[in-house]
Design a binder for this molecule. Structure first.
Ligand code: SF4
Ligand code: SF4
Length: 193
């Protein structure tokens, strides 16, 4: 199986980025700010890294002043996924983003920046150069899941014809692998694809 780096990260066409700085100007996290602070105290790497560059906006209205379109886009996505809770959402901005939209620590920027957008399912700002490419990658993920579902159905038919225990065990192993593929995308709605 290819690694995350080989199958996704290294394939991102960097030339699609038009360096608008939007993904640095306004971001949010799935974890509430209070939880991030707690994790930072415990030394959790991802929380420490995130809070080493991002500072919270005092309110959603302040975040909207920085980039209304991006804030509303994030809220819409979270609402669509049933994950929006205004009392728990904090927006952040990066302290290293310059007025010319360039990163002042580009050569030393943390891993989370180097990995952005980190999955085809990442919410990117409206107009981000990666939008079309990410859409295509999401379609590829959906196709992979649909194929796994088809093969699971074929396994069901096959099981009815097989009596040999060894062959049956092989079928169970294949089924397990196919189900894992479907489960991998569950948080993105793979059950409905
Ligand atoms: S460190 Fe640089 S690349 Fe990372 S979010 Fe800040 S400005 Fe953007
Ligand atoms: S929002 Fe998209 S196009 Fe703009 S800097 Fe970030 S990755 Fe590049």
């Amino acid at each position: 199986m290819s690694s995350y780096e080989d199958s996704y990260l290294n394939k991102r066409p960097q030339e699609l980025c038009h360096m608008c700085g939007k993904c640095c100007r306004v971001v949010t996290t799935m974890r509430p700010y209070s939880e991030l602070l707690e994790l930072q105290k415990q030394g959790e790497q991802a929380a420490c890294e995130f809070l080493s560059i991002f500072e919270p906006f005092p309110s959603i209205e302040e975040a909207k002043k920085a980039d209304k379109g991006t804030v509303e886009n994030i809220i819409e996505h979270l609402q669509a996924d049933g994950k929006y809770d205004e009392s728990k959402v904090t927006f952040y901005t990066c302290k290293y983003l310059q007025d010319d939209n360039k990163c002042s620590i580009y050569d030393k920027r943390p891993t989370l920046c180097r990995h952005c957008p980190s999955t085809p399912w990442a919410i990117v700002p409206p107009g981000c150069g990666f939008e079309g490419w990410l859409f295509m990658k999401r379609e590829e993920d959906k196709e992979r899941v649909r194929k796994a579902k088809e093969e699971l159905l074929e396994m069901e038919v096959l099981k009815k014809r097989v009596t040999n225990i060894e062959t049956l065990n092989k079928i169970y192993a294949v089924e397990h692998k196919l189900q894992r593929t479907i489960d991998l995308y569950k948080k993105y709605g793979s059950e409905n694809w």
